[in-house]
Write a protein that binds this ligand. Structure first.
Ligand SMILES: [Zn+2]
Length: 97
């Protein structure tokens, strides 16, 4: 299953639905199967919080609680991919500041 299809991951990340803190991951809602980019704090999905987020394996991450706009409540989301490209982009932007 590809996550790169016709989605604009950067735009999804910029939307309020992604949340405001943490690293970008692609995730699927366990309630309605909606797929959306979400920000998660590493401590929410892994015990190895000292690891570089870019090196995290999505399959090793645990599900996390986040608001789903379709379910209209906080639901559990399963991370399907760590969007390391977006992590790198944000780091580059921060270094320019
Ligand atoms: Zn949902």
């Amino acid at each position: 299953m590809s996550v790169e299809t016709d989605r604009d991951l950067g735009a999804e990340l910029a939307s309020p639905r992604a949340g405001h803190r943490g690293i970008p991951v692609d995730a699927i809602c366990t309630g309605c199967q909606t797929v959306h980019v979400k920000r998660v704090r590493p401590s929410e999905v892994t015990k190895t919080t000292d690891a570089d987020p870019v090196t995290l394996d999505a399959r090793a991450l645990t599900s996390f609680k986040h608001v789903c706009y379709r379910c209209q409540t906080a639901t559990w989301w399963n991370p399907t991919a760590v969007l390391s490209g977006l992590v790198e982009t944000e780091r580059a932007a921060e270094e320019d500041r």
